[in-house]
Design a binder for this molecule. Structure first.
Ligand code: BEZ
Length: 212
């Protein structure tokens, strides 16, 4: 059965380009992004891993550890990593899991046989410090993921895990957020001293509470 939001994600040991790791130990108390790609030495995957490396500081700022995975062997990952660094002008230093026995792919349901019997699709999992699944997306091999969107979702998840707010469509850091319906307007006014804009009793905005 595939993973669902709120599930505790499976732990595993794996061989990676950064040595052998235990997934839970590697994550520690950080947030995690685990993402699969179909195969090494392929163009879209090359851009995705390069983009992830170039966003290193954005992930670090958010206390997020990133891991990539495909079913290719370690030696292939190591050779391809040189190509990624060369062509994408980056330095990939996050682990790329060599999942030759498809253990991780199986645990995370990353092989969708009607798309490909052998290769992992583009799955991406955001995992909280509690090791629970916060988001997953799956893209086809032909479409590279939008890593700005991944960061945007992490911003929303981190904000909404600390305050009784939700984020509206297309929200970005710094924009107004929505007061959740669990909070009465009377309480909201006390909890959000920057102000509450009541558009409808169920649609109330407040400035992002964790900003100066
Ligand atoms: C790519 O990364 O470009 C790719 C990988 C597998 C199938 C199609 C495209």
């Amino acid at each position: 059965m595939s993973l669902r939001l709120g599930d505790t994600v499976p732990d595993f040991n794996a061989i990676t380009t950064e040595g052998e790791i235990n997934f839970y130990e590697y994550l520690g108390n950080s947030w995690g992004v685990l993402f699969s790609h179909p195969a090494d030495y392929t163009p879209v995957c090359t851009t995705e891993l390069g983009r992830t490396a170039l966003l290193k500081h954005e992930f670090e700022k958010r206390n997020v550890k990133v891991l990539a995975v495909s079913v290719d062997p370690l030696e292939k990952h190591l050779g391809w990593r040189n190509d990624i660094n060369e062509t994408q002008h980056c330095s990939v230093d996050f682990p790329i899991i060599a999942d030759e026995d498809k253990k991780v792919a199986g645990l995370y349901d990353m092989i969708h046989p009607n798309a490909s019997e052998t290769f992992t699709v583009r799955s991406l999992f955001i995992i909280g410090p509690d090791k629970k699944l916060k988001l997953f997306i799956t893209y086809p091999a032909s479409t590279g993921r939008n890593f700005n969107e991944v960061l945007r979702v992490i911003d929303s998840l981190q904000l909404t895990s600390n305050y009784s707010v939700a984020t509206p469509a297309d929200w970005k850091q710094g924009e107004d957020v929505i007061v959740t319906t669990a909070v009465s307007t009377e309480d909201a006014v006390k909890r959000f001293p920057k102000g509450v804009n009541v558009v409808k009793p169920y649609l109330r905005y407040t400035p992002q509470p964790n900003l100066e």
